[in-house]
Design a binder for this molecule. Structure first.
Ligand code: NAP
Length: 259
């Protein structure tokens, strides 16, 4: 008995999406296409068919799903990539395509943490206050605008690629996670950091900065996640996603499985 592979659109751009893609590589039960937004000049890509760039909103995604005869959408985008996730949910609804959402749980404060939770980057910039502080900013290259309005602070800015515009008192560090505890602690010391600004991304790749901040007495301004669009089945990790993808493949009717 033969069966055709399950055609999957894997919306990526995260550590978990890459791990999931790698787990699907070479498995004859699945035919995944890995999709990235195309913002990074040298993105990490798996050894799978890949595509880069937006679909053209919900309508474009619906058309893509039809043309490619896709049977499952896996949204493994970043928890702050709300535009793509909303489009995926809407297109899944409109086409009846099952949607699996791989969303890592958020970080939660532990004993010894000095967290100040805020709802947005603008609120994070305001929370730094008037007095000049030394700030470690890890929010990403496209999200500096609110901090340009608070130029009294010194910012150590870390992202994969350099931002277009830096605040007047700043240093830029090009780096891609994962980051180790020792390196993060050394960075905080070296730059005499007083406050860390982070989005509540969750996951392990960039969590060491929080432990280092805790142990160094560095305050954390934590930008909490926007709400997730409704729809889809949400799983917290790659293992659970693989289980559900295999279940989708196994539950197809014989004609869908090419028997
Ligand atoms: P976004 O605001 O949700 O997406 C804006 C638009 O970019 C989407 O409407 C879509 O364009 C396109 N797009 C986004 N992700 C895509 C994907 N995986 N494949 C194809 N098109 C995609 O996203 P964002 O916050 O700018 O993030 C962009 C990418 O970077 C995401 O894939 C995300 O996983 C990754 N990332 C984001 C963050 C973050 O903090 N936001 C952090 C790490 C990684 P169309 O409407 O034209 O389809």
């Amino acid at each position: 008995m033969t069966s055709s592979p399950l055609r999957i659109l894997l919306l990526g751009g995260t550590t978990e999406a890459m791990a999931l893609a790698r787990a699907l590589e070479g498995d004859a039960r699945f035919a995944p296409t890995y999709s990235v937004a195309g913002r990074t000049r040298a993105p990490h890509l798996p050894a799978l068919p890949c595509r880069s760039g937006g679909f053209g909103g919900v309508a474009g995604l619906i058309a893509y799903l039809h043309v490619e005869a896709l049977e499952l959408i896996v949204d493994a985008t970043h928890p702050f990539a709300t535009g793509m996730s909303a489009n995926a949910a809407a297109a899944a609804r409109a086409t009846g395509t099952p949607l699996l959402v791989l969303c890592r749980p958020p970080w939660t404060p532990q004993a010894g943490d000095r967290w100040h939770s805020v709802p947005s980057l603008e609120a994070a910039a305001a929370a730094l206050g008037e007095r000049p502080r030394r700030v470690f900013l890890t929010t990403g290259k496209t999200e500096l605008a609110p901090f340009l309005t608070a130029p009294q602070h010194f910012y150590l800015i870390r992202s994969v690629e350099p931002p277009e515009r830096l605040p007047p008192r700043s240093a830029f560090l090009a780096a891609r996670g994962p980051f180790s505890y020792d390196d993060e602690a050394a960075l905080l010391r070296e730059h005499r950091i007083e406050v860390l600004v982070s989005k509540n991304s969750g996951g392990t790749a960039t969590a060491a900065k929080l432990a280092a901040a805790r142990d160094s007495g560095v305050a954390v301004v934590m930008v909490e996640r926007p709400p997730r669009p409704p729809g889809g089945e949400v799983v917290p990790d790659v293992a659970a996603a693989l289980e559900r993808i295999a279940a989708h493949q196994a539950s197809r009717r014989p004609t869908e499985r090419g028997v």
